[in-house]
Ligand binder design. Sequence first.
Ligand SMILES: O=c1[nH]cnc2c1ncn2[C@@H]1O[C@H](CO)[C@@H](O)[C@H]1O
Length: 546
Amino acid sequence: MDKYLSARSALITEERKSRRDTIRIANASEEELQAEQIVRNLRKSETASIWSTEHEGIGNVFPGMEFLTARAVITKTRLFQLLCKMPKGALLHSHLDAMVNANYLINLALEQPAMHVRVNTRLTEESLGSVHPEFRPLTPHEYTNIKSLTSDKYELGAWVPIRSARAHFATSLGGPEGFDQWVFNALTINPTEAYVTHNTVKKIWNKFRTTFMVSTPLIRFVPIWSNYIREFFRTLIEDGVSYVEPRVNFWHKFMVGEDGEENVPHRQWIILFGQVLDEIKTQMKTQGKTDEFIGARIIYSTIRNVTCEELEWYLEDCISLKLEFPHLIAGFDLVGDENVLQPLIYYIRPLLRFQERQKELGIDIPFIFHAGETLGDGDAPDMNLFDAILLGSKRIGHGFSLAKHPKLIEICKERGVTVEVCPISNEILRLSSSMPAHPLPVLLNNGVPVALCSDDPSVFGNMGLSYDFFQVSFDFYVLVASEVTGLITLGDIARQSIESSTLDETEKAQALFSWGRKWDAFVKSIADGSTGIEREIASTDGFPII
Ligand SMILES: O=c1[nH]cnc2c1ncn2[C@@H]1O[C@H](CO)[C@@H](O)[C@H]1O
């Protein structure tokens, strides 16, 4: 018996030794250890209270359960509120056209007299859920004075000014608020769609795709674009994100200008992006908050439905933009559903040529590829992992199927290829049924660098990064023993995100320094009791049940 127990304890120690969190916790400061304990107590207490009761309309609750069902409960937990204050570091995987709250975007659109809307199927109570609004800014001579989208006289396909369409939306469909709700539903995925009507990867992608068809014409319009980017930065900073590398989709060659003409080229999109960025940086400086925002750089993206010839055009376009705006272009990616669109190997010639061109020009535009966003093994999206690695991808977007490939895991670990893990996205797009079923711990415990990311928060409702940090903070819960950690691991992941960015060494050092200062202050506020968590746990013996 003694021999067995000592062998057991030796094996546990040996197994945990190589884990990133064990190494990190061994080097933690006194304050970090205190904060760690307090947060673990909080987590335990909320698991016993909030996550062990039935809430009205929500059956079968558990930590890490389906996000869209649990969202309202999550928002009220103390753990979530605490994580909102945590400095998150860099957001490395996000699609710019799905980053601003859908209601905010609707309001931006309502301010634009040029913005019109139409439908091609009659709107009725029955059809409302499946008919999507089609938006377009028109040139002044195309403006219409058609009043309503829903009257009997409406001719299908005719453009209606958005404000008028809202004001005259049929009372039977909810009036103006009904209009807002209709557009909101078309821009987002709701729990019934994710977990009932569209509960397969294929079906939910069909819904997911349509949200971009609705939002793109709203965002790809100069008067909205700048305001949209301003809100994008504002909300991320508010949530403790200090640096961001969004994927910007350059598939459309032109944006629509203020005059309604579709003639604004890519360089102008970047100039406007840069202007808002500078404005925010100046603002932060004036307010003495330079630690809170380091900046942003764009990952040039196009959709993997283009031909090889078309891709050559985009790659050259990306090169010209890099030459003109070296500090604003971070890398290159191909986006869209890997399950149905072209795999990386299809584009291998233009991609290799792109690398040659960079050598000729003495520039560096790393690939930062989506790969392995699939449940498959050996299918096209899974095989994208092999090509991403062979092509020297700096990071891997999603890498959901990477856990199946020990050799590739080893390479990622050796070369420091960071996996941009998007926990909530993977769950809503039906790759994992809930958080405990997500492969994140497999990657982490194998020592692969990981960044937590939100992917498309305006569609999924996981605005900022706090929701994704929250959803994974229970991954290690089963082992509440002292060797296995919570808060410190989350901090380590946040710090790693800055290391994994495309910032140069000097910028990185500055960003890490700023992050470190904020992390220390955050940890201190928990450890010294100023958050009041300890007091609350002690006084309620478990948390008030919502
Ligand atoms: O998780 C994802 N995987 C692959 N493509 C995505 C994901 N999220 C968004 N997009 C794609 O990015 C474009 C918008 O910039 C859209 O085409 C959308 O399908």
